[in-house]
Write a protein that binds this ligand. Structure first.
Ligand code: ADP
Length: 973
C-alpha cells in the first residue's frame, strides 16, 4: 500500500501524522486549560466571593456589636432615632449579606449558626432600643420632677432667707431699743419684756427660718445625690432623709407667721411634694430614679449578652472565614495543581509530538528523502561538473529510485556521449588527417579517375549496346516462340483434326491403336507448345486479365466434369464439394481460373495411381462486394518432398528425371499457374508429404457480381447452341477447315466451308449464314475484310462473326474485336471453345430448327471414348433414374418445393449433358431457371417437356446404338 503511494503520498501521510500530533497536543492543552479555567472559576466565582461575603457579614456583625453600646449611651430621642435608623440599615444590610453568604455558603450549617447569632443580636438590639427609649422617657420625667423639686426647694430657701433677714432686722431693732430702755430704768421693764420677746420670738423665729433654709438646701443636695445614686439602698436612704426634711420643712413653713409668705412656701412645698412623691414607688422621683437604674442594669445585661453573642458571632464568622479561606485556598491549590498537571501533560504531549515528528522527519524525510535527495543532488552536481564516476544507489521503490535510475542512465548516456565525443574527436582528427591525405590522393587520382571515367563511359556505352542486343535477342526469342508456335500449331491442328476424323472411320484395331498413339503424341506436343506459348506470353508481359461475370461453381463443375472420365479411367475416386454459401456470380478472368484449375486437377489425376482426388470449393472471408474463394485439390498420389516443393513452381522443373518418363509433362504447368495466380492477385501453394499425397490450394479474392453469372446464361445459350445453324466457315488451311467443319457439323449445324474471303463472299449468294466463322490470315483479302464484305453482301451488319487465329497475343485479339469481330477462338481449334463461342452468339440468331432430342455425334464420341458397354450401362442407369426424378419433380411441384425442383432440374441438366439429349438439356435448364419464379402451370409444362424430351431421346438412341455395334466389333477384330 505504502509502496504504491509514492513520495507525495508518503510525505502527505507523514505531515498528516505530525499535524495530527500537534492537533492532539493542542486538544490536550485545550482540555487542560479548560480544567484550569474551571478551577480558577471556582476560586473566582465561589471561593473568593464566599470569603468576601463572609468578611462583609463579619464586618456588619462587628458593626452591629458596636451599635449596642452606642445605643445604650444615647441621651436623647433624636440621637435614638438616628441610631435606630442606622441600626435598621445595618439590619437590612445584614439580612442581604446573610442571604449572599447563604448562597455562597461553603458550610451551610456554619452560616446558619452565624445567621442565628446575628438574628439574636438583632433581637437584642431591638430590646436594647426599647430599653433605651424607656430609659430616655424615665430620665426626662425624672429630670422634670427633680428640677421642680430643686426649684421649689430653692424658693423655700430664698423665702427662708428673707424671713431670716426680716427676723434679724427686727432683733437688731429690738436690741438697739433695748440699750435705750436699759439705760432708762423706767423702761427697764420694757427692756426686759422687750428682751423676753426678743428671746422668745425673734430669736426662735430666726432659728426655725434657719432650719427651713438649711432643710431646703439639704433637699437640693439630696436631689443632686439622687441624681448620682446607683442602688436601691442608696435611693431608699435618700428617700428617707428627703422625707425627714420634708416633714421638718412642712412644720417650719406652717410656723411662718407671715401668711403670704407661708402660703408661698406651702405652694412651693406642695410642688416639691408632688414632684417628688412621697415614697420610692412608681411615678415618684425615686421610683423613676430606681427604674432608670433598673433600665440601665437591663441595658448592661443586654450589653453583656450582646458581647457574648458578638464573641460567638465572631467565632462563627472566623470559622466561616477560615472555612472560606480554606476552601479558596484548596480551590486555588487545586487550580494550581491543575495548572501543574496541565503544564506537565502539555510538556509531555509537546515532547511526544516533537519526538514522533522528529522520528518521522528523521526516519523518513531525513533518511529516505533528504539524504537520498542530497545524494542525488551531489551526484547531479558532480555530473554537471563533468565527473562521470558517480554511482547513485538505486534503492527504494519510489520516484527517487526513478530519479536515481534516471541519473545513472544520464551518467551512462553521458559516458556514452563522452566516449562518442572522444571517438568523434579522434575520428575528426583522423578524418582531418585522412582528408589531408585524401586531398592529396584525390588530387593524384583525379587525373586517374578522369581516365577511368572515360573508360567507364565507354563501358557503359558498350553495356547499353549489349543490353539492347539482349533485349533484341529476347524479343527475337519471343517472336521466334510466337512464330514457331503459330507455325507448328497450324499444321498440328490439321494433324490432330485429321486423326480425330480418321478415328471416326472404320479401322483395324492395330490401326486404331497406332492412330491413338499418334493422336496422343500430337496432343502432347500441342500441350507442350501451348505451355511454351503461354509461358513466353507471361514472360513477355503479354497477358492481360479479362473481367467477366461467371459462376464459379459451374466453372469448377465444368473442369471436374471434363476431367472425370480420365479419373474414372484410372479407377480413381473423384469428388467435388462446393460451399453452398459461395456467391452465385463473380467478376474475374474465368478463362485463366479454369486454366489454373485444369492444370492442378490434371496433375492430381496424373500423379495419383490409387485412391482419389477431391476438389473442394469453400468461401473464406467476405465483405459486401467481394469474397475470398479457396479451391483445394487434394490427391492421394505420389506426393512431393519438402525440398522438391521449393522448386516445382519454377519453369521446366519436375521433381525428378523419372517423372517425364513415367508421366510426361514439361514442368511448365505449375510455373504458368503460379504466374497466372500472381497476376490475378491470387495465391497458389502446396502442402504435401512424399508417398501420401498432395494438396494444392488456390486462393483468390474476387468481386461478387450482381447479375447472373455466365453459367446461368449459358443454359439457354447452350440449349440454343443445339439449335441447327447455318455456319459459313472461311479457312485456308485445309486440315483446320476440315476439323472445324467436322466439329460444327457434329454439333448439328449446317456448315459451308470455303478456303478464301472471295469464296465466302460468293457463297452467301446461295447460302444464308447465321454465323460467320473465319480465319484471320487468309490469302487475298484477310479475315477482317472478308467479314466486312460478307456482312455487306448479306446486308446484315450485325451478322455474328467468330475469328480464328494462331496469333493469340492480347494486342492482336483486341485489334480483331475492335474491328467488329464478336468472338475469338485461338488455334489450334478446341471443339468446346469453338462451340462455346457459337453458343455465346446464338442469342443474336433468329430462332430456327427445333432442337434434336438425341445428339448422335456426341453419343458416338462417348462410345469411342468409353466403349459401348459403358455407354450402355450409363444409359440403363439413366433410364432407371430419370423417370424417378421426374416423379420427384411432380412431387415437388405439388408441395411447391421450389428448391427441390431446382436441384432436380440441375441434376437432370447434368444427366442430359452426359447423355447427349439436347432437348432434355434445354428443358431442364429452362426448369432450373424458372423454378424460382415461374408459375405452377408453367413449371408443370416444363416438367412434361422434360419427360417428353427424355422419351424422344431414348427412342432415337435405341435406333442409333445397335447400328454401331458391328462397327465396334469390326474395329475390335
Ligand atoms: P508437369 O506436370 O508438366 O511435369 P508441372 O509444372 O505441372 O509440370 O509440375 C511440376 C512437377 O511438380 C511435376 O513434374 C511433378 O513432379 C510435381 N507435381 C505437380 N503436381 C503434383 C501432384 N499432384 N502430385 C505429385 N507431384 C506433383
Amino acid at each position: 500500500m505504502l509502496r504504491r503511494l509514492g513520495i507525495g503520498g508518503r510525505l502527505f501521510l507523514a505531515f498528516l501524522c505530525i499535524s495530527g500530533l500537534s492537533l492532539s497536543s493542542g486538544i490536550a492543552s485545550w482540555l487542560i486549560l479548560r480544567h484550569i479555567a474551571a478551577a480558577q472559576s471556582v476560586v473566582n466565582t465561589k471561593a473568593l466571593p464566599a470569603v468576601a461575603a463572609t468578611q462583609h457579614t463579619a464586618e456588619l456583625s462587628a458593626k452591629l456589636v458596636a451599635t449596642a453600646p452606642v445605643l445604650a449611651a444615647v441621651q436623647s430621642s433624636a440621637e435614638l432615632s438616628n441610631e435606630q435608623a442606622k441600626l435598621s440599615r445595618l439590619a437590612q444590610e445584614m439580612v442581604a449579606s446573610l442571604d449572599e453568604a447563604r448562597k455562597l455558603a461553603i458550610d451551610t450549617q456554619l452560616v446558619e449558626e452565624f445567621a442565628g447569632a446575628v438574628e439574636k443580636m438583632l433581637a437584642n438590639l431591638k430590646s436594647n432600643y426599647e430599653l433605651v427609649r424607656q430609659r430616655l422617657e424615665e430620665e426626662a420625667a425624672y429630670r422634670d420632677s427633680a428640677e421642680k423639686v430643686a426649684d421649689a426647694a430653692q424658693s423655700i430657701l430664698l423665702l427662708s432667707e428673707t424671713l431670716i433677714s426680716n427676723a434679724s432686722a427686727g432683733a437688731s431693732a429690738v436690741t438697739a431699743n433695748l440699750y435705750g430702755l436699759i439705760n432708762d430704768p423706767a423702761r427697764r421693764e420694757d427692756a426686759y419684756s422687750a428682751i423676753d420677746r426678743l428671746i422668745e420670738h425673734d430669736i426662735f423665729l430666726m432659728e426655725r427660718m434657719y432650719e427651713l433654709r438649711h432643710r431646703s438646701a439639704q433637699i437640693s443636695l439630696l436631689i443632686n445625690r439622687l441624681n448620682r445614686a446607683e442602688s436601691m439602698v442608696e435611693i431608699t436612704e435618700i428617700s428617707r432623709i428627703f422625707q425627714d426634711h420634708m416633714k421638718v420643712i412642712r412644720r417650719r413653713i406652717l410656723g411662718i407667721d407671715d401668711p403670704v409668705r407661708r402660703a408661698q412656701a406651702l405652694q412651693s412645698f406642695n410642688t416639691m411634694e408632688t414632684a417628688a412623691g412621697d415614697t420610692p414607688v412608681a411615678g415618684s422621683l425615686f421610683g423613676r430614679r430606681q427604674r432608670i437604674i433598673d433600665l440601665v442594669g437591663k441595658l448592661d445585661t443586654l450589653a453583656e449578652a450582646n458581647r457574648d453573642l458578638s464573641v460567638k458571632q465572631n467565632a462563627v464568622a472566623r470559622t466561616i472565614l477560615d472555612r472560606s479561606g480554606e476552601f479558596a485556598r484548596t480551590t486555588a491549590e487545586r487550580a494550581d495543581h491543575a495548572v501543574q498537571i496541565g503544564v506537565f501533560v502539555l510538556i509531555l504531549t509537546l515532547l511526544g509530538a516533537v519526538l514522533v515528528s522528529g522520528t518521522i522527519v528523521w526516519l523518513y524525510v531525513e533518511r529516505n528523502l533528504v539524504r537520498r535527495l542530497g545524494g542525488l543532488s551531489r551526484a547531479m552536481q558532480r555530473l554537471t561538473a563533468g565527473d562521470l564516476a558517480v554511482q547513485v544507489a538505486e534503492d527504494g521503490d519510489d520516484e527517487l529510485r526513478t530519479m536515481a535510475v534516471a541519473v545513472n542512465r544520464f551518467r551512462d548516456e553521458s559516458q556514452r556521449r563522452l566516449d562518442l565525443e572522444q571517438e568523434r574527436e579522434r575520428i575528426t582528427v583522423e578524418l582531418k588527417r585522412h582528408r589531408e591525405e585524401l586531398q592529396q590522393l584525390v588530387e593524384e587520382q583525379t587525373e586517374q579517375i578522369r581516365l577511368v571515367n572515360t573508360q567507364l563511359r565507354q563501358e557503359a556505352l558498350d553495356h547499353a549496346e549489349a543490353r539492347e542486343r539482349a533485349e533484341q535477342a529476347s524479343s527475337a526469342k519471343s517472336a521466334f516462340l510466337a512464330t514457331m508456335s503459330h507455325e507448328i500449331r497450324t499444321p498440328m491442328t490439321g494433324m490432330l483434326g485429321m486423326m480425330r476424323l480418321l478415328s471416326d472411320t472404320k479401322l483395324s484395331s492395330a490401326q486404331r491403336k497406332h492412330l491413338s498413339i499418334a493422336a496422343n503424341s500430337g496432343e502432347a506436343l500441342l500441350g507442350i507448345l501451348n505451355a511454351i506459348l503461354d509461358y513466353s506470353k507471361i514472360e513477355s508481359g503479354n497477358v492481360v486479365l479479362e473481367q467477366v461475370d461467371f459462376d464459379m461453381a459451374t466453372l469448377v463443375e465444368g473442369v471436374v466434369a471434363f476431367m472425370r472420365p480420365i479419373a474414372t479411367e484410372k479407377g480413381l475416386d473423384f469428388n467435388l464439394k462446393i460451399d453452398r454459401k459461395l456467391a452465385p456470380a463473380f467478376s474475374g478472368d474465368a478463362t485463366k481460373i479454369r486454366q489454373v484449375l485444369f492444370n492442378l486437377v490434371s496433375n492430381a489425376i496424373k500423379f495419383t495411381e490409387r485412391g482419389g482426388v477431391e476438389v473442394e470449393v469453400t468461401k473464406a472471408e467476405a465483405d459486401k462486394s467481394s469474397q475470398r474463394v479457396i479451391v483445394t485439390i487434394a490427391d492421394t498420389g505420389i506426393g512431393i518432398s519438402p525440398e522438391q516443393q521449393e522448386h516445382i513452381f519454377q519453369a521446366f522443373t519436375q521433381t525428378d528425371a523419372s517423372i517425364t518418363r513415367r508421366f510426361g509433362g514439361t514442368g511448365l504447368g505449375l510455373a504458368i499457374s503460379r504466374e497466372l495466380a500472381r497476376l490475378m492477385g491470387a495465391e497458389l501453394k502446396v502442402e504435401s508429404a512424399q508417398g501420401t499425397g498432395s494438396k494444392f490450394i488456390f486462393e483468390l479474392t474476387m468481386k461478387t457480381a450482381r447479375r447472373p453469372g455466365r453459367a446461368q446464361q449459358r443454359g439457354p445459350r447452350a440449349a440454343k447452341a443445339r439449335q441447327a445453324l447455318n455456319i459459313l466457315m472461311v479457312e485456308d488451311d485445309e486440315a483446320t477447315r476440315l476439323v472445324a467443319d467436322t466439329v460444327l457439323s457434329k454439333a448439328g449445324h449446317r456448315v459451308r466451308a470455303v478456303s478464301s474471303g472471295y469464296a465466302a463472299v460468293e457463297a452467301v449468294a446461295d447460302f444464308k449464314p447465321d454465323i460467320l466463322v473465319m480465319d484471320i490470315s487468309l490469302p487475298g483479302i484477310d479475315g477482317l475484310e472478308t467479314m466486312k464484305r460478307v456482312r455487306k453482301a448479306l446486308e446484315a451488319p450485325g451478322l455474328p462473326v467468330i475469328a480464328m487465329s494462331a496469333h493469340v497475343f492480347t494486342s492482336e485479339v483486341e485489334r480483331y474485336l475492335n474491328s467488329g469481330v464478336d468472338a475469338f477462338v485461338a488455334k489450334p481449334i478446341i471443339d468446346e471453345q469453338l462451340l462455346e463461342a457459337i453458343g455465346t452468339l446464338t442469342d443474336r440468331v433468329p430462332a430456327g430448327t427445333v432442337l434434336a432430342a438425341f445428339d448422335e455425334v456426341a453419343c458416338k464420341a462417348d462410345v469411342d471414348a468409353l466403349g459401348l458397354e459403358v455407354v450402355r450401362r450409363l444409359h440403363r442407369i439413366a433410364q432407371d433414374s430419370l423417370p424417378r426424378r421426374f416423379e420427384a419433380m411432380h412431387e415437388a411441384l405439388r408441395g411447391n418445393d421450389r428448391k427441390a425442383l431446382r436441384d432436380l432440374a440441375h441434376a437432370t441438366k447434368s444427366s442430359a449433358g452426359s447423355l447427349g439429349f439436347p432437348r432434355l438439356l434445354a428443358a431442364s435448364v429452362a426448369l432450373e431457371t424458372a423454378s424460382a419464379s415461374g408459375s405452377a402451370a408453367e413449371l408443370g409444362h416444363i416438367v412434361s417437356e422434360c419427360e417428353a424430351a427424355f422419351a424422344a431421346g431414348f427412342a432415337q438412341l435405341d435406333q442409333t446404338l445397335p447400328a454401331n455395334e458391328p462397327a465396334e466389333r469390326t474395329a475390335a477384330e
